[in-house]
Design a binder for this molecule. Structure first.
Ligand SMILES: *[C@@H]1O[C@H](CO)[C@@H](O)[C@H](O)[C@H]1NC(C)=O
Ligand SMILES: *[C@@H]1O[C@H](CO)[C@@H](O)[C@H](O)[C@H]1NC(C)=O
Length: 428
């Protein structure tokens, strides 16, 4: 009941503080603006932040997006930096296809002061709101009090990591904040009390605190405050210490560079796996040259099969995967047995570093598999989504075009040339 009241109050607050009104020829009333070829330019120049859905009425992905945009529009118009949601039927106004470089339906773009950026992020309204908030936020937010820090963290939500530089000069992190803007929130805090130091668990300044709200993890960097060290710290903290492997995190890992110490378990959410994951986190913090990932046969069987794992295989099993077509076993320590699993992980890592490995190649079907991740049958997708949602909330999605194949990073985009939908809708 209390949450209902809060919801009601926050809706009320949004309604009363929004930019509702008439701007030139555009009425902003919390609904999605329907544009055409004669007013789209005016809309782009009227609003500082406008998100445009270039759609075709026959496209199924577009139809499914509509209710999400309807829900997001009033919330986004009520932000401190209001984002106007608009759509335009490019099947009707064909001249816009060339002009705005539309190569699939829907194509989503956010225009920030008239400059377009294509949007590849999630399309469920709540996440869309989070992502667009991130787009329009300043690169580095300046925080001037304890409550300012608390509000910033609260506002940031759980979809992205949060970096707070305590007594760190804005100029020290502004380049990197710009570079990683789409993947994390950045802030610097200048006025804060010692209480806050214990809340965030640092004992001297300057300190850059990285928080992974989704995984309840935090780490602290005390320097040296030089760009390359800072960048390493930021990159390492874009991911949690032990990364659950699923289709979202795979997209991020694809561009990572570090190899992945992959632990394959029977079931990610069993008690045994939880204990093992704790040990993996400890190993990860001591071995930053590798990424530590884990995956359950039960959760992601199709992926796990690539590593010669089937229902009959003894698990847990560890491999080092290059993120592409090669992986290696450590001779003699590929299984993690009952007992002291911590020392078995250590032995595995020592063996790997000594080069005591057996190289393997993943079959050619694997690359195909990774690509097909985005074209799996609806049923499998539903099972995935339910399982993944149950275990983790959806992890930070890469909002740039990924390397998984042309436009596969976009969630279902119909091909303009074929004028028909690609198979395997994933969003039902
Ligand atoms: C475009 O939309 C505006 C506002 O709805 C309308 O006044 C105008 O006539 C439309 N132009 C065309 C070419 O449809
Ligand atoms: C693995 O280790 C065993 C004994 O420890 C050794 O006989 C075997 O040759 C090793 N295999 C490879 C491929 O290194």
């Amino acid at each position: 009941m209390k949450s209902l009241i809060t919801l009601y109050l926050s809706l009320f607050f949004i309604q009363t503080t929004s930019i509702w009104g008439v701007y030139g020829e555009f009425a902003v009333d919390g609904r999605v603006l329907e544009l055409n070829d004669s007013n789209i330019d005016a809309a782009i120049s009227t609003f500082d932040y406008i998100f445009i859905d270039f759609y075709a009425p026959w496209c199924g992905h577009c139809k499914r997006l509509n209710p999400e945009l309807d829900k997001a529009a009033p919330i986004l118009a009520g932000l401190k930096n209001p984002v106007i949601i608009a759509k335009v039927n490019v099947d009707k106004y064909k001249s816009l296809i060339k002009k705005h470089d539309i190569d699939g339906y829907p194509t989503l773009k956010i225009f920030i002061h008239g400059i377009p950026t294509e949007y590849y992020g999630p399309r469920k309204f709540d996440q869309l709101v989070q992502y667009l908030k991130k787009f329009v936020a300043p690169d580095v937010t300046i925080l001037n009090s304890n409550s300012g820090v608390a509000e910033f963290v609260e506002e940031a939500g759980i979809d992205f990591p949060v970096f707070i530089g305590f007594d760190v000069k804005e100029s020290m992190i502004s380049n990197l904040a710009r570079k990683y803007k789409k993947k994390a929130w950045f802030s610097v805090a200048m006025d804060f009390s010692e209480d806050l130091m214990s809340v965030y668990d640092f004992d001297k300044v300057p300190a850059l605190v990285a928080i992974q709200p989704m995984y309840s993890e935090a780490s602290i960097f005390y320097g040296p405050f030089e760009e390359n060290f800072l960048e390493d710290f930021i990159k390492q903290n874009l991911l949690p210490l032990a990364v659950p492997i699923n289709e979202d995190t795979l997209r991020i890992l694809k561009n990572e560079g570090r190899k992945i110490a992959l632990t394959i378990v029977e079931d990610e959410i069993s008690d045994g796996s939880k204990d093992l994951i704790k040990l993996l986190k400890a190993a990860a913090s001591a071995n930053r040259d590798l990424i530590f990932g884990y995956v359950g046969l039960k959760q992601f069987g199709d992926f796990v099969e690539a590593f010669e794992v089937s229902k009959k295989t003894q698990l847990p099993k560890m491999v080092v995967w290059d993120g592409d077509e090669e992986y290696s076993f450590v001779n003699g320590s590929e299984w993690i047995k009952e007992g002291d699993q911590g020392s078995q992980i250590t032995r595995f890592l020592e063996g790997y570093k000594k080069g005591n490995v057996i190289q393997k190649r993943i079959g050619p079907s694997f690359t195909g598999f990774i690509k097909s991740l985005f074209g799996l049958g609806t049923l499998i997708m539903i099972i995935f989504i339910i399982l993944l949602m149950a275990v983790f909330m959806i992890f930070t999605k890469d909002d740039e075009p990924t390397t998984l194949g042309p436009r596969q990073g976009a969630e279902g985009t119909s091909n303009l040339l074929s004028q028909s939908e690609r198979g395997g809708d994933k969003e039902d």
